[in-house]
Write a protein that binds this ligand. Structure first.
Ligand code: ADP
Ligand code: MG
Length: 457
């Protein structure tokens, strides 16, 4: 059974990576099985395990899901004498700066490929809606070249909203227009990994040369280098060198530059010096659009599967903003329908997606809202609940009430009660006040947006 799944995953991986990459990195792995959502592989060396994890881990995981097997992470074990590093897993990479320096690495770092691009992530397959239209338009503009006006382009937004997809789409488009263009796409984590290795191999010169000779540098998930000082330093120099040469840089992160803790101010301001655009959480229309587009692909794959009306609408309604979850749900439905020869209808959805539906049922509570809002404004929870009317307390309280009204299904009187026994008219006033302020006061608009993001995450 295991072998079969892995066989299917390999087949579909071959569509995303080159034959060469496949033979070098994926083929040497020995798939051992899945236990508690962890897919374990045996890798011939620490180095290979680590490299695959960093460069292909997410892709492998995605392909498992696409084959109908949900896994949370990938782990490698290596028959090595040092048991300490036997297990590298995708969840414990936070102290990579320390971790990589301990690895037993033999191969020569300069031979390593940069991160592969996913063939499915193109502009053609990107569905545009209100929440992402600006990010999409900016990405298009950059991909179409011309004078470098948006430099750097900084894309940010929550998980699964399409940042990586857009970056890959830009890279594909630029390559299509100019096959000679030197494009490097990698995650901030990979950037750091290479940097640490270059230090280790005393090979900084080729590291610097590599990164400073590109036409387009894309660094994904840059929040990762927050707090990693020497990597940040190198990143900053690379960045400046490229900007000086008028080369395009595209960066993504899960939040706005100013909000990344542990990022040096000079880097923050550098990142803000170009165009900063965000991907908003998906809305119902966008989710439905994405589902329709993905369903078409599935239907062409499984022509025997029939899907009844209303299923996509139900999913768009019930599954929250992360597009990856949406895709996984659809994949599972089609795989299931095809395996058992049933049509996809609402009954089957309930049965087959019970876990996903339950997970996205998780509702934000008023307590959480009060806690997050008081943290954000440096207040105590009791301040928010107190009768104090000073602006410094009253405004955050109104923000919290606004969030309670918009993120929960609680009634106005109930919300009033939970905020220190206030009247429902106070809640109405607060909601109205924040709605008005949001359109004229950027700070409030940003605060509300940030808090909403954190609460819905
Ligand atoms: P992020 O990098 O923001 O976490 P990804 O770019 O990896 O998110 O997107 C997650 C998944 O959702 C990918 O498979 C991607 O193709 C898909 N996706 C996200 N947004 C869209 C969209 N607007 N249209 C089509 N697919 C999308
Ligand atoms: Mg991403």
């Amino acid at each position: 059974m295991n072998e079969k799944i892995w066989g299917c995953v390999c087949e579909s991986l071959l569509k995303s990576v080159s034959k060469n990459e496949f033979n070098n990195w994926i083929k040497p792995l020995n798939f051992k099985g899945i236990h508690d959502g962890v897919a374990t592989f045996h890798a011939p060396t620490n180095f290979i395990g680590n490299w695959v994890l960093r460069n292909y881990g997410e892709m492998i995981q995605r392909h498992f899901v696409a084959e109908g097997t949900i896994i949370d992470k990938i782990a490698f074990d290596v028959n090595s004498l040092s048991s300490k590093q036997n297990l590298h897993s995708s969840k414990n990479s936070s102290n990579l700066e320390d971790q990589t320096s301990e690895l037993t690495v033999r191969e020569n770092n300069s031979l390593l490929p940069v991160a592969p691009l996913d063939k499915r992530f193109t502009f053609d397959s990107f569905v545009i809606g209100k929440p992402n239209e600006l990010a999409h338009a900016a990405s298009r503009r950059v991909a179409e070249g011309g004078p470098v006006s948006f430099n750097p382009l900084f894309l940010y937004g929550g998980v699964g909203l399409g940042k990586t997809h857009l970056m890959h789409a830009i890279a594909w488009e630029i390559r299509r227009r100019n096959p000679e263009a030197k494009v490097i796409y990698l995650s901030a984590e990979q950037f750091m990994y290479r940097f640490v290795q270059a230090l280790r191999f005393k090979d900084m010169l080729s590291f610097k040369e590599l990164f400073r000779s590109v036409d387009l540098l894309m660094v994904d998930d840059v929040q990762f280098i927050a707090g990693k000082d020497s990597t940040q330093d190198e990143f900053f120099h690379t960045f400046n060198a490229l900007v000086d040469q008028n080369k395009q840089i595209i960066i993504s992160a899960d939040r706005a530059p100013g909000e990344i803790d542990g990022l040096e101010n000079r880097i923050k301001s550098r990142l803000q010096s170009g165009l900063v655009v965000d991907l908003h959480p998906t809305d119902y229309e966008l989710r439905l659009g994405i589902l329709q587009s993905k369903a078409e692909k599935h239907i062409s794959h499984y022509p025997e599967v029939f899907m009844s009306d209303g299923v996509l609408e139900f999913l768009a309604h019930r599954i929250s903003t992360n597009v990856r979850v949406l895709e996984g749900a659809l994949t599972r439905l089609f795989a299931f329908a095809s395996l058992v020869g049933r049509e996809v209808n609402l009954d089957m959805v309930q049965e087959c997606l019970a876990d996903i539906l339950r997970a996205s049922d998780r509702k934000v509570t008023i307590d959480e809202i009060i806690r997050k809002v008081s943290d954000h404004y440096n207040l105590r929870m009791t301040d928010i609940l107190s009768p104090r009317r000073a602006r410094t307390v009253a405004r955050p309280r109104q923000v919290a009430m606004f969030l309670a009204k918009t993120l929960t299904s609680k009634s106005l009187p109930e919300i009033g009660r939970r905020f220190g026994g206030r009247d429902h008219t106070t809640v109405i006033h607060a909601v109205k006040k924040i709605e008005d302020l949001k359109s004229i006061d950027n700070q409030i608009a940003e605060d509300v947006e940030l808090l909403r993001r954190m609460l819905e995450a």
